[in-house]
Design a protein around this ligand. Sequence first.
Ligand code: CA
Length: 228
Amino acid sequence: MSLRILVVEDDRDIRALMQASLSVEGFEVQTAVSLSEAQALVQHARPDVVLLDLGLPDGDGLTLVQHIRQRQALPIIVVSARHQEAQKVRLLDAGADDYLTKPFSVGELLARIRVALRHRGTALAAAVTVHELDDLHVDLTTREVRSKGELLHLTPTEFKLLARLVRSAGRVVTHRQLLTDVWGLEFTEHTHYLRLYMGQLRAKIEVDPAEPRHLLTETGVGYRLAVV
Ligand code: CA
């Protein structure tokens, strides 16, 4: 059975383009033009992934994200315009899995869908503890980190930060999520911690810390560990 994707998008051209390109890839595509229609389809058509446009005629995508999160682990990818940064971050913090900024390529769209589905898979199966990301090897159990086979020495905080990104490999993790999970709830405004520790991690992990290949900055949103 092919995977079902729900495209929530009120722009007819973008909707048609997404439907066509996803159908070609073998997905079964459902579309909704409003939040209320999306809410009904999530309940009755049981999609495997939701692509949620941020500018919809009948309200805030946050309602839909919360509605879905109360019921199921269904991956949600937010599709936003560049100026919708704050709204996008709010949805990610509320439990959306990732985002794409318009205009995007079909290749990017498919990559995000693959990552979202893989994370849903690993959440259901036994937890994966050893991660191989190109030349980077991270063992979450033994806390061993290697780059090109060479053992790296990370501080406990550097390891916690890397481990948090590894658990969401390929997906964006917001500043708030990282600060909460690594430092604690009372540190959600301390984004300078992140800049500092990300700099240290890059210096240890990246071949060229100024041109990172693993630890990517998502401007105004957070960080993403690249899956190669
Ligand atoms: Ca729209």
